[in-house]
Design a protein around this ligand. Structure first.
Ligand SMILES: [Zn+2]
Length: 1192
């Protein structure tokens, strides 16, 4: 049996090729061959019941480890101390005689071996618990025998071998006796608590086959396959106290540790979410601290579950003051918080005040059970082995019904009970208070003392801290009552201190991206959810103790009430949290959903913004903004979006202020989705996208709300003066470009263009800029007419339209005008403003009738039927428009000043147009100055840059001119030097020079010189493992003009650069990148300006430009030159698909000739060649330099 173990094929690779890591491909060969037959593990599927992990695999699972200092240490301390360590030879794989040198480590839980003493992750771990025997087999060898595999090691001497055997035997013995002890104590629980939190197959980069991965407690275990998992013999495990999970893409996520990044890939994005959640939970557990547990267990009776007797209970009910096991905690949870408030000793650290811990010493399981379990018939008692159902029945009887309690003599006499309580709380007799309280004394009873109206106040006055603590945790507790189901409906209402809500909700896995598509009902799972004490928790069902997850309300940044039926469940809402995750919940009943939304909103919205809660908001949350006079500091505001109004509670104002989104002058996004700019008449508001997820949600919602909602006038985007923006844009354009256009408004324009323009303007007029040359006057004129013709309810409104038409019959001019004025007064504000704007415009148009041939009458013929939406047969429509234009000044009450202003505007427009038409364009110059080695006159070379010239060709050109021969390892390159930034960038050899010249500012120039670090960069790239780089750098952002850059100065940030993007994390532990840039859009320059006072001299300057040509600039500093070189090399490597330097000169020649043919007959300036060839080419080039540029 032993011989089969760890066999390696004879054809195994030479030892020297072994990388110093278990993760090399080479290891797979070893791993592959020591695997058991492939089908032996087939019964283990990742969806099946979670197999039991070997009991000792997790520290803290046996009582014996309690006192040995392994727990309660800081997170970075080794969880299990090493007992013996040293080099051993592992037996050769089958067919080989070469022993493998391994660094072998033994601790209380595992025997592990590593490639070297430096490795953090083993090649193999064997749980001590699975070791059945250790025997000597001669020649300094010994054999470790487990139930199904044997491992043979060879020590350097017999003495060393014997020492190993002795130690291993001893540890295995100890382990066995502990296991026995535990078994005797509780026959069936040995593995119950050790279920893996999540297990299944995952791809891990670097491995050919999927690995079986188990997240259990505070570790993540890697196994070759499911069979190994069942046997407990794995590759390695990752201590999650140093772990850190980062999502990478749809299915991929990285588990990073200081030693290595494990790049996992799950089968689906849902699977990925679950893994990420499980690993995060595991980190939380790893970072949890057993200090509280240790202190509470200091009292003997607290070391066993108050309900079932399981050892080392690490949960508690903080109002009942009992310490309970995980399984009982689950059932407690189902009783509801008014009966028992369940908290973890290890994870809910905040709740454990000194008072509460002391209370658990004073009351705890002993005193609590003297009361609660005074009369438990043995037939009803539960044990660690009891089923959930048994537990549940017992706990309902014990705590909800109070069936086993020791009745207080005053039971049934409310007045006496209350009076006794008022006395008890002033003493240290907590047992008495407990008995009174849970026999019916009212925690809020009247004391009759005006100074101390409540028992709590009495306790405070008497200095009884523990009484106070006990009363506080029980202020909403229900008195146990025997009638079954009695507690379901509360006969009296308890005033709730904070927001409490619970019930079933449908929930999808949390997401890191916006919900882009409709989620079907099947994607939701029913979860029991509780909102209490500032935590929204969701559980598998209402009996579970461990929530599947929870959301702390202080982390909620946004709550979104989706429109009905946005998903497969009628009412849904989204919760966004600080760490960039989104939770989608749903309910079939809109009323219950509204209740939830109200409760959640109330729980997280700051009291100063509570005004917002009364709104019928679709979205509410907090955001950072800048505004007003002080743009230096971003402030936090509370925002609620309701209809087309954004309500804001600014940091420094008392009341919320409404912002009419449809009236915004500007709504735009700056930077790479970083700042949302809202310009209103009175102010400009910059909303900052600190977090991406909820910010993008806000941006979309605000953009949508700021758009038009329907086809009536008032539903359009409006100007400050209540004119639809669409109308304003068209009028403005015609005024600028069309006043003198012949037949304006009569000529019809192109139908298709009109249709698309109208559609564009209707969608978002704010973003449409009508430009001369791009849009035709007649198309715009037609668009305006079409808008009025199709307008819902018409400009004159359905209700009053006929009255306008009737007014034309009035013979008396004055009477008619006053009737028009009266009717004008009846129009809604937006209609009135729009009519005035339009008639004012037509009034101007007819002033140019000499040129455009459109006098008042002609305009009226066109606009009458359009505005009244008639077929044109009713002449009265035209008459109304004619009257309105003719009597414009009188009807609309226009004063002289207004008239003059308009006149001046028109004159200015005319003048501008004349000036513009005389403009000329400059031709470009494509001769460039390039320096050799440094910027000085003697080193100047003037080079004509053809469209296809690459940086390499330019380099050769310059070197050729100076007759410099490029030797091997002379890495001559062309650099772009930016003097202002004091930074330079070596151009990639294949980069085209001409586009660079076009963007080159006056402070930049090109220089050809040797790239000194190229050799080292190439060596680095060739020698490194993996294709990404991560680490700390000092980061500084360039402040933009508005002062919106987030910070000044350099700050430590953690970066990960992979083959697609550069991610910035606030710190190593951060889960979500703060920023993320596609690498290809980055321009990286070496060096940075000294004015910034970089903390080290190894810095670079990075420019980023997105598709929309929005630019950013920032600075990075490394600690060493080598680090800088490595980052820079990785950048270049990623940006250029690995090719940093042309491998052969022939390639250059080949590509050059290709370019020649592409350009047809024009030959480029040869980079090498005889003089006459050169001259001919230059001549050809000079005759028609522009021909070359057509290719740009
Ligand atoms: Zn228990």
């Amino acid at each position: 049996m032993a011989d089969k173990e760890d066999a390696e094929p004879v054809t195994g690779q030479p030892r020297s090729l072994r990388a110093n890591s278990l993760f090399s491909e080479d290891e797979l060969i070893e791993d592959y061959y020591d695997a058991p037959p492939a089908n032996s593990g087939s019964s283990w599927s990742d969806n099946g019941p979670s197999p039991r992990l070997p009991a000792p695999a997790f520290s803290g699972s046996s009582p014996g480890t309690l006192g040995d200092g392994m727990e309660g240490t800081t997170a970075t301390a080794p969880l299990s101390p090493t007992i013996k360590v040293g080099w051993l030879d592992k037996n050769p794989p089958q067919g080989s005689y070469i022993y493998q040198k391994r660094w072998v480590k033994l601790d209380a839980d595992y025997l592990r071996y590593f490639d070297s003493e430096k490795d953090a992750y083993s090649k193999r771990f064997i749980p001590v618990s699975s070791i059945s025997r250790v025997t000597s087999i001669g020649d300094q060898k010994f054999e470790v025998i487990t139930n199904n595999r044997n491992f043979v090691f060879r020590a350097e001497s017999d003495a060393d071998r014997n020492e190993w055997i002795r130690t291993l035997q001893q540890i295995a013995e100890e382990r066995k006796s502990k296991a026995l002890e535990r078994t005797l104590m509780s026959p069936t629980t040995s593995g119950a608590a050790n279920l893996a939190d999540k297990s299944g197959f995952l791809e891990l980069r670097g491995f050919k086959h999927k690995l079986f991965v188990a997240v259990a407690g505070d570790k993540v275990f890697l196994y070759k396959n499911a069979e190994d998992y069942r046997l407990g013999i794995g590759i390695t495990y990752i201590e999650m106290n140093v772990g850190n999970v980062k999502e990478v893409d749809r299915r991929g996520f990285d588990l990073t540790t200081p030693y290595r990044i494990f790049s996992f890939s799950a089968d689906s994005d849902q699977e990925k979410e679950e893994w990420v959640e499980a690993m995060q939970q595991s980190i939380a557990e790893a970072l949890s601290n057993s200090e509280v547990a240790e202190r509470i267990w200091a009292v003997e009776s607290n070391r066993f579950c108050a309900d079932c007797g399981s050892p080392k209970p690490d949960w508690a009910s903080i109002n009942l003051c009992v310490v309970i096991c995980k399984r009982c905690a689950g059932e407690h949870r189902g009783l509801g918080p008014s009966i028992t408030k369940v908290r973890s000793l290890k994870m809910d650290r905040k709740v454990w005040t000194e008072e509460l811990i002391e209370l658990f010493h004073q009351i705890g399981n002993a005193v609590a059970n003297q009361f609660w379990a005074a009369n438990v018939p043995p037939s009803e008692a539960i044990t660690p082995a009891s089923s959930s159902q048994e537990r549940r029945r017992f706990l309902i009887a014990k705590y909800r019904e109070g069936k086993y309690r020791r009745y207080h003599p005053l039971f049934g006499n409310q007045e006496e009970l209350d009076r006794a309580l008022c006395v008890a709380v002033t003493t240290s007799d907590l047992a008495e208070t407990q008995a009174l309280l849970f026999c019916g004394a009212a925690v809020t009873c009247a004391t009759g003392d005006p100074q101390c109206p409540t028992p709590l106040a009495l306790a405070e006055k008497s200095g009884q801290r523990l009484q106070m603590e006990f009363l506080l945790h029980n202020k909403n507790s229900e008195t146990p009552r025997l009638e079954v189901g009695g507690s379901e409906e509360k006969p009296y209402s308890v005033p709730l201190p904070s927001v409490t809500h619970n019930g079933f909700l449908y929930k999808t896995p949390s997401m890191a991206k916006p919900v882009s598509e409709r989620k079907g009902q099947e994607e939701f799972s029913r979860r029991w959810c509780t909102l209490q004490d500032g935590v929204l928790s969701y559980y598998e069902n209402d009996r579970n103790a461990m929530p599947n997850g929870e959301i702390k309300v202080e982390e909620i940044v946004c709550l979104v009430n989706n429109p009905p039926n946005a998903h497969g469940i009628e009412s849904t809402f989204e919760i966004y949290i600080e760490s960039e995750r989104l939770y989608l919940f749903g309910l079939e009943s809109p009323d219950s959903a509204r209740e939830w939304i109200k409760s959640i909103a109330k729980s997280f919205v700051h009291p100063r913004a509570e005004e917002l809660l009364a709104l019928d908001f679709e979205r509410i949350g907090r955001l950072h903004y800048k505004g007003g006079l002080n743009l230096e500091r971003a402030k936090e505001g509370w925002f609620a979006l309701a209809g087309s109004t954004l309500h804001v509670c600014f940091e420094d104002s008392e009341r919320q202020e409404p912002l009419q989104l449809r009236k915004l002058q500007e709504l735009s996004i700056q930077g790479d989705n970083e700042v949302l700019v809202l310009v209103e008449r009175r102010r400009t508001l910059y909303i900052q996208g600190e977090r991406k997820l909820d910010f993008l949600g806000w941006v979309h919602a605000i953009q949508k709300a700021a758009g038009s909602a329907g086809d009536t006038l008032s539903e359009q985007q409006l100007t400050e003066s209540d004119v639809p923006l669409l109308v304003d844009r068209c009028i403005d354009y015609i005024t600028q470009c069309g006043l003198t256009s012949e037949g304006i408004y009569r000529k019809s324009g192109q139908n298709s263009k009109t249709t698309s323009l109208l559609e564009m303007l209707r969608r978002d007029a704010r973003s449409v800029r009508l430009k001369e040359g791009e849009h035709q006057v007649d198309d715009v004129a037609n668009t305006l007419k079409r808008f009025f013709r199709d307008l819902g309810d018409g400009l004159f409104t359905g209700r009053w339209g006929q009255d306008w038409l009737r007014a034309t019959a009035l013979e008396d001019e004055e009477a008619k005008i006053s009737e028009y004025r009266r009717l004008l007064g009846t129009l809604p504000t937006v209609n009135r403003a729009t009519l005035k704007a339009l008639i004012n415009h037509l009034f101007r148009v007819q002033r140019f009738s000499g040129e455009n041939q459109m006098n008042t009458h002609n305009l009226a013929i066109v606009f009458g039927p359009t505005l009244f939406q008639t077929d044109g047969k009713d002449y009265k429509a035209g008459r109304v428009v004619e009257d309105l234009i003719s009597h414009y000044v009188k009807i609309f009450n226009v004063n002289d000043q207004e008239m003059k202003k308009q006149q001046d505007e028109i004159m200015a427009i005319m003048k501008m147009r004349e000036a513009a038409s005389s403009g000329t364009q400059q031709a470009g110059d494509f001769i460039c100055t390039v320096y050799l080695e440094e910027k000085k006159t003697e080193a100047e070379q003037h080079v004509k840059i053809p469209a296809t010239m690459t940086a390499e060709e330019l380099t050769f050109e310059i070197l050729d001119r100076r007759k410099i021969v490029m030797k091997e390892k002379d890495y001559w390159s062309c650099f772009e030097v930016n003097e202002r930034e004091e930074a330079e960038r070596p151009l990639h050899y294949s980069e085209k020079v001409l586009p660079i010249l076009h963007c080159l500012g006056t402070e930049s120039y090109l220089v050809v010189k040797k790239q000194m670090s190229m050799e080292n960069m190439l060596i680095y790239l060739a020698s490194r493992v993996g294709d990404c780089k991560h680490g700390m750098m000092k980061f500084r952002e360039e402040r933009n003009l508005l002062g919106l850059g987030l910070s000044t100065g350099f700050h430590d940030r953690y970066f990960i650069l992979n083959h697609t993007c550069l991610r910035l994390y606030k710190e190593v532990r951060s889960h979500k990148p703060e920023k993320e840039w596609p690498v290809r859009n980055l321009k990286v320059y070496l060096g940075m300006k000294k004015k910034l006072r970089p903390p080290t001299c190894w810095g670079f300057t990075v420019f980023y430009e997105n598709e929309k040509h929005e630019k950013q600039q920032w600075y990075l500093c490394c600690d060493t030159q080598a680090d800088l070189r490595e980052w820079f090399a990785t950048f270049l490597h990623v940006q250029n698909g690995g090719a940093l330097w042309p491998s052969e000169t022939s390639k250059v020649r080949a590509s050059r000739s290709q370019q020649d043919s592409r350009l047809g007959n024009i030959s480029l300036i040869p980079l090498r060649g005889n003089e006459s060839e050169m001259r001919n080419s230059v001549a050809a080039f000079a005759t028609d330099p522009l021909t070359l540029l057509r290719n740009v």
